[in-house]
Design a binder for this molecule. Structure first.
Ligand SMILES: Nc1ncnc2c1ncn2[C@@H]1O[C@H](COP(=O)(O)OP(=O)(O)OP(=O)(O)O)[C@@H](O)[C@H]1O
Ligand SMILES: Nc1ccn([C@H]2C[C@H](O)[C@@H](COP(=O)(O)O)O2)c(=O)n1
Length: 226
């Protein structure tokens, strides 16, 4: 057993808009554990692929891009949000756009990309504990995690949440288009051959449809605290 395997951790997997990022942040703060948003790694590679004009269908070129892309998490001095540096550049909210999410989902289906990002994810399992959110945290990256959750919600509710979130940021979007995009992303993420989105064995499935953020946080904390 490697030494990091004894460090406590919670994996939170689920489809886009199920609330993984939000719930992971609250739960990590409550437990005093570190946080890994694994989606940001795929978003970073997708962003560089797009910037460099690489064809996402060229698996060898995308894999080489993932291998040479430097991704760093930098904690702010005041303890606020962690910044992500991609090849030394702080991309800020550019990584969070719907387009970046689509690119991420496309290149995430390439086995070489997943392999290139694995070691960095494993290295973040550090004391006092880790909350890791993504699609394959409990199934592939941290299969030995003692606590596993799979968050879900109806696609209509997830689309409505995303719609509200984007409108609050001043982004003009159509609810129907958002729902279609979510359905397409779900289909890609669940049907790919490598590390498809699915509940890990032993994961507690939490359907968050109609549940407030506080209620979901309480349910997830109960998984860890018993
Ligand atoms: N239980 C909930 N009830 C209402 N709104 C929620 C709930 N959980 C999350 N939200 C809101 O839904 C939006 C999407 O949540 P979040 O970004 O955490 O989802 P996600 O699963 O991490 O998505 P992605 O995989 O695309 O990053 C946010 O605006 C968040 O505040
Ligand atoms: N562990 C992960 C995390 C993310 N991805 C891919 C699939 C998602 O559609 C895309 C963006 O993720 P998000 O930031 O929206 O959580 O990245 C993955 O394959 N595995």
């Amino acid at each position: 057993m490697n030494s990091s395997a004894t460090i406590p951790m919670l994996t939170i997997d689920g489809p886009s808009g199920s609330g993984k990022g939000t719930i992971s942040l609250h739960v990590a703060r409550e437990l005093g554990w570190r946080l890994l948003d694994s989606g940001v790694l795929y978003r970073a590679v997708g962003w560089v692929v797009n910037q460099e004009g690489i064809d996402p269908a060229d698996h060898a070129a995308v894999t080489a891009c993932a291998q040479r892309t430097r991704i760093e998490f930098v904690a702010a001095d005041d303890g606020s949000e962690v910044r992500v540096l991609v090849n030394d550049e702080d991309l800020g909210s550019q990584l969070r756009t719907e387009v970046a999410g689509k690119y991420a989902s496309a290149i995430a289906a390439i086995p070489g990309v997943r392999e290139a990002l694995l070691q960095l994810q494993l290295s973040l399992r550090q004391a006092p504990g880790l909350v890791a959110d993504g699609r394959d945290m409990g199934t592939v990256v941290f299969p030995d995690a003692p606590f596993k959750v799979f968050l879900t919600a109806s696609v209509a509710e997830r689309a409505a949440r995303r719609y509200k979130q984007l409108r609050e940021k001043g982004v003009e979007v159509k609810l129907e288009a958002l729902q279609q995009d979510l359905e397409a992303r779900d289909a890609r993420d669940t049907s790919r051959a490598v590390a498809p989105l699915k509940p890990a064995e032993g994961a507690v499935v939490v359907d968050t449809t109609g549940l407030s953020i506080d209620k979901v946080v309480a349910k997830v904390l109960a998984v860890v605290r018993g």
